[in-house]
Design a protein around this ligand. Structure first.
Ligand code: ADP
Ligand code: MG
Length: 267
């Protein structure tokens, strides 16, 4: 059965999509069977996986609103051995169209139930808000990876997200919890980074990934080529960091202690 992980933070620009695409590719490279679900109408995870959001037959919108079978919506990422449920601007209408529909927060969960047995990991890229789409992700998921940039306002808004997670857990999805806190665009030379980092360790002992994602221009360039960074510049720091993160996540799932790598991307 797949482990279903939502990558969330209602803040935009913190590295959710970058994490979703590159973690999917890295887990797939480690021979895990991976499905990426794009739940953001911007379709950035779709494009970043190399799937043209303008050329797709069906999208996650059809799956949520029209009940199109998940196998008809799923496509393969052209580079990287993972599957994608793509999104595009159509998804903007989903929230309005689902008003009044019974069980509208369970649409994604119902759809994924059909393919859970086919994957080891299902990663859901959430939009930058706590809306019905994010709610669908939290209802479907077992864990949430919170992507965080270690900057001054990073912790602001975190309590709203944690509150939403515990409400969803209390109401409909008792297994849901924080899978891990991921520090993105990490710059150890910035003292604020270290302050925020130590606050995160205080609040989320044991949940903060040892792997940090450095600020790396290759990570920002790769999506414009429709490639996960490991197919764009395999030896970049960004690529190595996401491979290390995949390793850390797999070891956590297998219950083994994490190890420290030599190249400084693991703190
Ligand atoms: P979100 O999905 O949370 O809105 P994105 O993953 O789209 O965030 O990242 C926002 C922007 O920052 C994008 O232009 C992306 O390419 C860039 N970016 C993300 N992570 C990094 C990183 N580690 N180093 C450099 N640029 C990054
Ligand atoms: Mg995004």
């Amino acid at each position: 059965m797949a482990r279903i992980i939502a990558i969330a933070n209602q803040k935009g620009g913190v590295g959710k999509t970058t994490t979703c695409v590159n973690l999917a590719a890295s887990l797939a490279a480690a021979k895990k069977r991976v499905l990426l679900v794009d739940l953001d109408p911007q379709g950035n995870a779709t494009m970043g996986s190399g799937v043209d959001k303008h050329e797709i037959g069906y999208s996650v919108y059809d799956l949520l609103v029209h009940g199109t079978p998940v196998l008809n919506v799923m496509v393969g990422a052209p580079e990287g051995d993972f599957s994608v449920i793509p999104a595009n601007g159509d998804l903007t209408a989903a929230e309005v169209e689902l008003v009044g529909v019974d069980g509208r927060e369970r649409r994604l969960q119902d759809a994924l139930a059909e393919v859970e047995g086919l994957f080891d990991y299902i990663l859901i890229d959430c939009p930058p808000s706590l809306n019905l789409l994010t709610l669908n992700a939290l209802v479907a998921a077992q864990g949430v990876i919170i992507a965080m940039q270690c900057e001054y306002y990073a912790l602001e808004g975190l309590s709203a997200l944690l509150d939403t997670i515990s409400k969803v857990a209390g109401a409909v999805n008792p297994g849901l919890g924080v899978e891990g806190i991921l520090r993105t665009m990490y710059d150890p030379r910035n003292s604020l980074t270290n302050d925020v980092s130590s606050q995160l360790h205080q609040h989320f002992a044991g949940k903060v990934y040892r792997t940090v994602i450095p600020r790396n221009v290759r990570l920002a360039e790769a999506p414009s080529h429709g490639l996960p960074v490991m197919y764009y510049d395999r030896y970049s720091r960004g690529s190595k960091a996401y491979m290390a993160l995949a390793g850390e996540i797999m070891r956590r799932d297998e219950g083994a202690p994490s190890s420290v790598s030599a190249d400084g991307i693991v703190t």
